[in-house]
Design a protein around this ligand. Sequence first.
Ligand code: E4P
Length: 214
Amino acid sequence: MKFFIDTANVEEIRLANEMGIVSGVTTNPSLVAKEGRDFVQVLKEILAIVDGPVSAEVISLDAKGMVEEGLRFAQLHENITVKVPMTAEGLKAVKQFAAKGIKTNVTLVFSANQALLAARAGATFVSPFIGRLDDISQDGMELIRDISEIFNIHDIDTEIIAASVRHPVHVTQAALSGAHIATCPYGVIERMIKHPLTDQGIERFLADWGKMNS
Ligand code: E4P
């Protein structure tokens, strides 16, 4: 399983990229709004840092508007992946992007049927939101398992991005459940790195080393 970083904060992207773990970036309108910066400028900065798919989400609700927005994003770089909501209009837009060889990420996927439809429309990626399903007492991870099994049975090459990842356990479970990618907020990556026994181990090694040299 690969990692994308789920943020529009360029500094977080730079830090994670320096660790060599980032294969792509996902943004969404809420994450972009949080930064309060010009979206195209933010995209340009991200594209200069990360060599991998960078999802830019459209805000139009009709296919025509989605395609217009997406084509503008796609002009920026071949790594641009147009993020489209899982609606009938979104599927129409995905079909058009696929015909033009433009990558798409179908977002706000909450059922296996939605994922299957998105894949058949030509989506490069589907993004099941596991955290938001957990929030309403449904098992987000079961959805990842179902989509993974369906895509395997039917030899579908659309990649599954485990999205709405809230904590490190989600990441391990997504990897075990067949997600190709987990898109993680920077805070989750930080928590994945940490282990108290690692910290204690370093402390003890340094203390022993210090004793030997005192
Ligand atoms: C994915 O592409 C979305 O940007 C993101 O994972 C949504 O996460 P949230 O449910 O924590 O907002």
